[in-house]
Write a protein that binds this ligand. Structure first.
Ligand code: NAD
Length: 482
């Protein structure tokens, strides 16, 4: 039985892409499941001049494909109000406060407020300062702030941003969204590692050969050229999603599954990442046009500098500077316009010491998306005479129907915010440690402005990415070319 929660949402950036594609459907699902019912309201704000009615129609459009009935969509959207608002203008916060207070009493919300900053981070400080100074923060309920990525562009800017936000809100009121942390199979990493003795015992440097993380997209930059050209794959994917996954795969077992204990171990891990030898251990790349001309080269994309050196691909070797992990390389790879869209983790075990048989490597694959589930490849005796091994796969893959019915990342994360559960959000310490690691690579690349390796559209990246593993006598497990 779901318990109804009380909350007033104030969404900054309510006319944006993220709000329509992710937030309104996620809120609707929480509504259909009874978490949000009579005691919730949403104020959408952005620069455009919209009426409440127009806004409610936008919300209805956003849930068109998932609505249970017209009446249900109507009832849900009636909780939404719109206020045109320039976040830099102090005057507007007075009207926002009046509307918030009146909705609070209309829906008996008891002062619980969730401020969703679905806008460019350049506005975060201005908004949070105004929320405090113009008294939109209540005294009688909880006040929580949800922040979207990117959280700064390097350690220095993220620290400035954090200090600015901390002037008005404490760390335990902040929910930094990394939507990968809301994905089922990313949440399953700790469950698989720490609820199965068989995995837990063999998850150590004596037995593991490598860990490989692959997060690829088949699409290019689409309409996000302007943002992406300043960001690149390193900042857009590695600083947050990739390093969060690394921390979950290699952190020590926490004393308990509490937010504080999980964060403590993740932070310790991220702070122990060795600064890489960038030339030797990291590779960047940029996509070229496809042979059939159907996809443009990155440099020809809209709002991208025709001489851009921005990387649309990163591969690297991450080493953890601890006795425990030093000898287990973690290979990471992420990019756009690659062979196919996939997010997966491959964990490879070393062969047995004596190798009595003609064994293959043992392998655990965690499929994050679009498939969800995990598979373990083991050696089994081939039936018949002799002692020949063949690999067999034990598989726990979720059906399409199960995936469709399971809650989407944003829905789960928004429910966590209602519950005040910060376990699946990025803590400031983790963000800072990740920027420190990424800045070191960025700085090295910024110095080398001569060339960037290119890769053909719909490939698995430049040759340099394969060479990176070959140097260590390894190869990418996931290789859809073969
Ligand atoms: P968007 O450009 O579609 O929307 C931005 C919103 O901000 C609009 O509603 C716009 O009206 C509003 N806005 C801009 N300047 C304003 C001002 N001065 N005063 C008031 N409102 C103003 O952006 P988006 O794609 O919805 O993304 C929002 C945030 O989420 C960004 O920080 C983005 O990096 C992040 N994000 C987006 C996605 C995605 O899939 N779209 C994914 C991850 C993170």
């Amino acid at each position: 039985m779901s318990t109804e929660k009380k909350a007033l949402y104030i969404i900054f950036g309510a006319t944006g892409d993220l709000a329509s594609r992710k937030l309104y459907p996620a809120l609707y699902r929480l509504y259909t499941k009874g978490y949000l019912k009579d005691h919730f309201a949403v104020i959408g704000t952005a620069r455009r001049e919209w009426s409440d009615e127009y806004y409610q129609n936008v919300v209805k459009d956003a849930i068109e494909s998932i609505k249970e009935s017209d009446q249900d969509a109507e009832e849900f959207s009636s909780h939404f109000r719109y206020q045109s608002h320039n976040v830099k203008d102090s005057e507007h916060y007075h009207t926002l406060k009046e509307l918030a207070d009146s909705l609070d009493s209309e829906y008996a919300i008891d002062g619980n407020r969730i401020f969703y900053l679905s806008m460019s981070p350049t506005f975060f400080g201005t908004i949070t300062t105004h929320l405090r100074d113009q008294e939109l923060v209540t005294q009688n309920g909880f006040n929580r702030v949800i922040i979207e990525k990117p959280f700064g562009t390097d350690l220095e800017s993220s620290k400035e941003l954090n200090d600015e936000i901390n002037d008005s809100f404490d760390e335990d009121q902040l929910y930094r969204i990394d939507h990968y942390l809301g994905k089922e199979m990313v949440q399953d990493i700790l469950a698989l590692r720490f609820s199965n003795r068989i995995i837990q015992e063999s998850w150590n440097p004596e037995t593991l050969s490598s860990i490989q993380i692959t997060l690829t997209e088949d699409l290019g930059v689409e309409e996000r050229g302007e943002y992406y050209d300043k960001s690149g794959a390193l900042r857009d994917m590695v600083q947050n999603h990739v390093l969060q996954i690394v921390s979950l795969l290699t952190m020590d077992e926490p004393d308990s599954f509490s937010t504080d204990n999980v964060r403590k171990e993740k932070l310790a891990l991220l702070e122990s990442l060795k600064q890489p030898d960038v030339k030797e251990e990291f590779v960047r790349g940029q996509y070229q046009a496809s042979k059939d001309g159907a996809c443009k080269a990155y440099r020809d994309e809209e709002k991208v500098d025709p001489e851009s050196m921005t990387e649309t691909f990163v591969a690297g070797k991450i080493v953890i500077d601890s006795d425990k992990w030093r000898n287990v390389p973690i290979y990471i790879r992420t990019g756009k316009r690659m062979k196919e869209k996939t997010s997966r983790i491959d964990v490879l075990w070393k062969k047995t010491e004596k190798q009595l048989f003609d064994e293959s490597d043992s392998l655990l694959t965690i499929h994050i998306s679009p498939e969800e589930g995990f598979e373990i490849q083991l050696n089994d005796k081939a039936i018949g005479p002799g002692m020949h091994m063949h690999p067999v796969t034990l598989s726990s893959m979720r059906s399409e129907e199960t995936i469709k019915e399971s809650p989407e990342a944003y829905e789960k994360l928004l429910l966590d915010v209602l519950d005040g559960d910060e376990t699946h959000f990025a803590h400031w310490g983790e963000v800072a440690a990740s920027w420190k690691f990424v800045d070191h690579i960025r700085n090295a690349w910024n110095e080398d402005t001569e060339s960037i390796p290119f890769y053909p559209a719909h490939s698995m990246g430049p040759q340099e990415s394969d060479d990176l593993l070959l140097k260590d006598g390894q190869k990418w497990i996931y290789n859809p070319k073969s």
